[in-house]
Design a protein around this ligand. Structure first.
Ligand SMILES: NC(=O)c1ccc[n+]([C@@H]2O[C@H](COP(=O)([O-])OP(=O)(O)OC[C@H]3O[C@@H](n4cnc5c(N)ncnc54)[C@H](OP(=O)(O)O)[C@@H]3O)[C@@H](O)[C@H]2O)c1
Length: 293
């Protein structure tokens, strides 16, 4: 089936699965999708956070169906279990929002393997696994959508965050190739590459000043604005969205910067971090009280 190129993601009246819905940008995406979708499937590890969001959404939108599925996306078999439960309880999934992600800030020689592995499993493998599982049925139905959360870190050289930066370079390459593959199928693919966004992200990534705290404050936006601009771009079928006006201007100029300059700037910054001993290899990797929440 060949579908017109101006297809929109089937959010309205559709079944939308959002990963990382317990906090930050993912929670805001769920809040903004709720008045439009028929069914939301919300994934994250913390069941308490998901249940609280479900209660809030149902109070505002009584017609909405909300399925909460606690899952550890870094565990392949747990992802398979969640996919089976989602299919059993909600049927076909129209739109996949690959939002969940973790940062990790540490100089490469000081990095802890368990945390590097967690970044790669959560930010890379889970995205590939969910997409590979859900896209074939979208293509068969001739409609669908995949919204992938990348990062500015996936488009440049980011010191002191090799695994995280590489995981977001994967999202860039994966999203662009997936979009090309979906040509004429009715499946819309959009990548969001935010700069600094207010959320729990920096604290969990283990950066005292904020992993995304390097750029100037005027580039920082709220999670609600990030979600709003992400969905607006997705609705228009835009390939790549830079949320936030000032950040968008900066990112559009980035390709004009020779890579050698980015390299040198990253090297200076890493050398400064090493000399000041501000590495963050011992920072927390999970939210406080996660097991209970
Ligand atoms: N904040 C920024 O400045 C920024 C900038 C660029 C890109 N991004 C990207 O935006 C996305 C969302 O980040 P955010 O800022 O909203 O961060 P956040 O507030 O820390 O939220 C991250 C979400 O991912 C979920 N998550 C993390 N690990 C998981 C796992 N193993 N299994 C299931 N769920 C998991 C968390 O839920 P649980 O803890 O309950 O599992 C949470 O809902 C990420 O992909 C991030 O890389 C953020």
């Amino acid at each position: 089936m060949v579908v017109a190129e101006n297809a929109r993601p089937p959010i309205d009246g559709g079944t939308v699965l959002v990963t990382g819905a317990s906090a930050g940008i993912g929670r805001e995406l769920a809040v903004q999708l709720a008045p439009r979708a028929r069914t939301l499937i919300l994934l994250a590890r913390r069941p308490g956070r998901l249940d609280e969001l479900r209660t809030t959404l149902l109070a505002r939108h009584p017609q909405l169906q909300v399925l909460t599925l606690p899952v550890d996306l870094s565990d392949e078999s747990d992802v398979n279990r969640a996919l089976a439960e989602a299919a059993g309880q909600a049927g076909a999934i129209d739109v996949l929002v690959n939002n969940a992600g973790v940062g990790y800030q540490a100089l490469a020689d000081q990095a802890d393997w368990a945390r590097v592995r967690n970044v790669l499993h959560t930010n890379v493998l889970a995205v590939a696994q969910l997409t590979t599982a859900l896209v074939p049925a979208m293509v068969q139905r001739g409609r669908g959508g995949v919204l992938n959360m990348g990062s500015g870190a996936g488009l440049t050289v980011m010191p002191e965050a090799a695994a995280y930066s590489a995981s977001k370079h994967f999202i860039d390459g994966f999203s662009e190739a997936l979009r090309a593959d979906m040509t004429g199928t009715g499946v819309v693919v959009t990548q969001i590459c935010p700069g600094p966004v207010d959320s729990e992200f920096d604290q969990l990534a283990g950066s005292a000043g904020g992993m995304t705290g390097g750029p100037p404050q005027f580039l920082r936006i709220s999670a609600a604005q990030c979600a709003r601009e992400a969905l607006a771009g997705f609705d228009r079928g835009v390939p790549l969205v830079y949320p936030g006006r000032a950040y968008r201007v900066m990112m559009r100029a980035l390709p004009l910067l020779p890579r050698e300059l980015s390299r040198r700037q990253a090297a200076r910054s890493a050398a400064r971090l090493r000399s000041t001993g501000k590495g963050a290899a011992n920072a927390p990797d999970q939210p406080e009280g996660q097991a209970q929440a």
